[in-house]
Design a protein around this ligand. Structure first.
Ligand code: NAD
Length: 496
């Protein structure tokens, strides 16, 4: 599990599109270079695809779905493929981790955790294929019999970001394949190789030609491909993970043929600490909640709501914990925070440090690590602003970097009000030993998931994930994630 990626740079590898179970160059013949956030070196090259490539993949996917080669295959054969791919991913975890670390800068321990998450997700949906069933209605009318069938949605297109470059495509592709869909995936230009490698592993596991295609592109052409996939009438469902603004563009484009849409978008989640909590555990977890993956996670607890009666005491503990983060080369097994993913993201997050000075008091961070070995990388220390007003920009805008806004509150009603005073509703945490208070907060906060006396890593797999409000539409993982790739057909049979 804690295998360390080689600190020696890998040779630049070229990845092409994956169409018809084989590598395929972009129609233009062009490629683009990927620059590592660790030291600015070129670590991969990808096909730079455009609309023509997306059309080719979508037309093949349509033909493949309509042929029934996958959707009508016995569920057990789909089970076998999904079970096999889980093993292949595990066997190739070193290759995957190395690519993820070099391309996205995430620490090797974080990459390994993500890979094992992908393995478990394929295992879960492999099992689900053996339990796909509808229902029957036999007692509402003696002269009629009803059936409720669950059928695959059809061709599903996926548009994913870079922050969890393996798990994001996996939590779409695994349930889609389990349900019998055919897929076209478009990863982010900032970490494309895990999706291409996954498609190769799926072919190795026995997925028939045309069932899984992957199209890569650099930033601007990526938006063109994303719009094509979202608007194509040959696509039945689009599942998108990314920013709220792009999610709106996907939804508008999907209106072309009223296709099914799932959007997993941004967040600004409140982590609420009451005076009766286990303060040491809450402080340590509050740091992990916003520093994990260098804060580049949609569920991050980036608003820390602290009861005023313990504010000073608790913040002392939080600052002590912040000092324990190890910001460094992500190839080093001890590193807990790697660099931000690219220059654009780094400059944006640094811009939020400037915004923070107008919204609260800088308590720690706000600068690069004091280590000349990291000079060529895009590193930022964990940054905490105290005494922040919840109405301020720092408390309202998603930063997607390691910046925490600390907001004091007086009582349970005030905490719930502050937590809900956000356009987003993705996650949230509550720390208390009082069960009544915990339930009041759980029921009062409008988010897709809540943690009690923990945050993010509580240890239950396959729970549905998704947001309220601007955080999105639909759910991924678990049964709800599977249902996203099924259509419901009812049948009414008249009896003689
Ligand atoms: P992004 O919206 O810039 O890009 C996401 C994907 O959309 C990329 O593949 C990109 O190429 C594509 N894209 C860009 N423009 C498009 C367009 N006009 N039409 C269709 N596709 C287009 O997001 P990002 O910077 O890659 O990721 C960060 C964002 O993702 C954050 O806001 C974060 O909160 C969100 N996110 C959400 C979840 C979740 O589950 N809710 C998970 C991870 C990340």
């Amino acid at each position: 599990m804690n295998t360390v990626a080689s600190p020696a740079p890998l040779q630049t590898t070229t990845f092409l599109n994956w169409i018809g179970n084989k590598d395929m160059p972009a129609a233009s013949g062009k490629t683009f270079d990927h620059i590592s956030p660790i030291d600015g070196s070129v670590v991969a090259r990808f096909a730079d695809s455009g609309e023509e490539d997306a059309r080719r993949a979508v037309e093949l996917a349509r033909k493949t779905f309509d042929s029934g080669v996958w959707s009508n295959a016995p569920a057990r054969s789909r089970f076998e493929v999904l079970r096999r791919v889980a093993r292949i991913i595990e066997d190739n975890k070193q290759e995957l981790a190395e690519r993820m670390v070099l391309e996205s800068g995430k620490p090797v321990s974080t990459a390994m955790g993500e890979i094992m998450g992908a393995v478990k997700t394929f295992e879960y949906y492999a099992g689900a294929t053996l339990d796909l069933e509808g229902s029957a209605i036999s007692d509402r009318n003696p002269q009629a019999f009803g059936l409720i069938l669950r059928e695959p949605v059809g061709v599903a297109a996926f548009i994913t970001p870079w922050n969890f470059p393996l798990l994001n495509p996996v939590c779409k592709i695994a349930p889609a394949l389990a349900a019998g869909c055919v897929v076209v995936a478009k990863p982010s230009h900032l970490c494309s190789s895990p999706t291409v490698l996954l498609a190769r592993y799926l072919a190795q596991a026995g997925v028939p030609d045309g069932v899984v295609s992957v199209i890569t592109s650099q930033k601007d052409r990526g938006a063109v491909v994303g719009q094509y996939l979202s608007s194509s009438p040959l696509v039945d469902k689009v599942a998108f993970t990314g920013s709220t603004a792009t999610g709106r563009a996907v939804m508008r484009a999907a209106a072309t043929n009223n296709k099914k849409v799932a959007l997993e978008l941004g967040g600004k989640s409140a982590n609420i600490v009451f005076e009766d909590a286990d303060l040491d555990t809450a402080a340590a977890t509050a740091i992990a909640a916003f520093c994990y993956n260098s804060g580049q996670q949609c569920s991050a607890g980036t608003r820390l709501l602290v009861q005023r009666s313990i504010y000073d005491d608790f913040m002392e503990r939080v600052l002590a914990q912040a000092g324990k983060q190890i910001v460094g080369d992500p190839r080093d097994a001890a590193t807990t925070m790697g660099p931000l993913v690219n220059r654009e993201q780094y400059d944006r997050v640094r811009g939020h440090v400037n915004v923070g000075h107008d919204c609260g008091t800088l308590l720690t961070g706000g600068s690069r690590p004091d280590d000349s070995r990291l000079d060529d990388g895009l590193y930022l220390m964990p940054t905490i602003f105290g005494g922040v007003d919840n109405q301020s920009r720092l408390a309202q805008e998603e930063v997607f970097g390691p910046i925490l806004a600390v907001i004091p509150f007086d009582d349970t009603d005030a905490a719930i009000r502050l937590a809900n005073d956000s356009a987003y509703g993705l996650a949230g945490g509550v720390w208390t030993r009082n069960l009544d208070r915990a339930f009041k907060v759980i029921k009062g906060v409008r988010t897709g998931k809540m943690f009690v006396n923990g945050y993010n890593n509580v240890g239950i797999d396959d729970m549905p994930h998704g947001g309220y409000k601007d955080s999105g539409v639909g759910r991924e993982f678990g049964r709800e994630g599977l249902a996203e790739y099924q259509q419901v057909k009812t049948v009414q049979i008249k009896l003689a």
